[in-house]
Structure formats: C-alpha cells, structure tokens
Design a protein around this ligand. Structure first.
Ligand SMILES: CC(C)(COP(=O)(O)OP(=O)(O)OC[C@H]1O[C@@H](n2cnc3c(N)ncnc32)[C@H](O)[C@@H]1OP(=O)(O)O)[C@@H](O)C(=O)NCCC(=O)NCCS
Length: 165
C-alpha cells in the first residue's frame, strides 16, 4: 500500500479546479498514445467546469477522490437504471502510481455501487491503456466488446464486471 497517507472522499464543488488539473495532466501524457482528435474531444467534455458542476449535482453520480496533500486520483461514474453502473473517468497523478491508490478508489466505487444494488459495472477504455486494463482485469473485469476505428478513429474496448448480488 501507499507509503503516504491517502484518504478517500466524495468530490465537492470547491475541488473542481484540482480535479480539472489532474484530468488535464493525465490527458497531456496520453498525447501521442491515443488519437489526438479523440483526446481533444474527451478533454473538452470531461474537463468542462460546467459539466463537472452539473455531474456533482446529480444524485446518480459517484465521484470520488483520493487525497494525499492534494487530490491525486479521481474516479467518476454513475448509476443507471436497471442495476448498471458506468465508470466514465479514472486516473491517478503520474508520480503517485503503482502504489495501490487506483485500486483503493476502484474498490470504494465498487462497494458503493454494490450497496446501490448494481449487478454490473462497465466502462470503455482504449487498447493502448495497458496499465488500466491490467488493473481492471485484476479486479475481475473482462473484455465484452471491441469497437474498431470508432469515434475519431480511436479503437475502444468495453470492459465489465458482474457483481455477486
Ligand atoms: C490505470 C491507473 C489509474 C492505475 O492507478 P494506480 O494507482 O497506479 O494503480 P494500482 O497501484 O492500484 O495498481 C493496481 C494494479 O494495476 C496494474 N498496473 C497498474 N499500473 C501498471 C503498470 N504501469 N504496468 C502494469 N500493470 C499495472 C497492476 O496489476 C497493479 O498491481 P501491482 O502493482 O500489484 O502489480 C493509472 O495507471 C493511470 O492513471 N493511468 C493513466 C490514465 C488511465 O489510463 N486511466 C484509465 C482510463 S480507462
């Protein structure tokens, strides 16, 4: 586990600038790895303060942060009708990776989803994001779909995990 103190909590409106910083840093390092136009589109959508503020106001959203001296990891997702949850953003600050922080947030997300009666969690990712795919597999996620040459020519993978409910 991490050699630094990490606390997990819900993201709140005053956290938005820190969350956007983290997201933009993660997207910056993915430049040259993912298709640029795809990155531009998801960066614009997910780092919009209005979109984030809107998401925080909705009751079906699960938006969590791991905080050390600042926010170093965010996972966000939502609960959909019919026992489904979707993770739509997940990333850890680069210099705090491989210390169990991502696992800790994914565990917390899963436990909240389970309590809400979710039987399945799904997400989309990209084949290039091997670290993330390793983590998802380790958490019992399996590939359920492969969308070739998808939006902005980016290949997309669908991963999901069935919860024991
Ligand atoms: C994916 C990510 C969130 C993982 O966060 P993390 O805090 O480093 O993850 P953990 O330390 O909890 O790692 C858990 C497991 O994931 C896998 N993993 C994580 N980083 C890995 C790497 N660089 N290489 C191989 N496997 C890796 C390993 O199985 C690891 O367990 P281990 O360290 O005992 O071998 C982080 O790498 C990240 O932010 N990546 C860039 C953004 C991204 O790809 N987000 C997902 C978009 S779908």
């Amino acid at each position: 586990m991490a050699e630094f103190h990490v606390s997990v909590r819900k993201v709140e409106a005053p956290d938005i600038p820190q969350v956007i910083d983290l997201m933009k840093n993660v997207y910056r390092e993915l430049r040259g790895i993912l298709k640029n136009e795809y990155l531009d589109a998801i960066t614009a959508e997910t780092t919009s303060p209005e979109n984030l503020r809107g998401a925080l106001e909705k009751a079906d959203q699960i938006i969590l942060a791991a905080e050390s001296e600042r926010i170093i990891d965010v996972i966000s997702g939502r609960i959909l009708p019919g026992g489904l949850a979707q993770i739509w953003w997940f990333g850890v600050q680069k210099d705090r990776r491989r210390k169990g922080v991502g696992s800790k947030l994914l565990e917390e997300f899963t436990s909240i989803a389970e309590k809400e009666g979710v039987h399945k969690i799904f997400l989309t990712t990209c084949p290039e994001l091997e670290e993330a795919i390793n983590l998802y597999r380790r958490f019992g996620f399996a590939e359920e779909g492969y969308l070739r040459d998808h939006q902005f020519h980016q290949d997309i993978k669908i991963y999901s995990r069935f919860l024991k409910i």
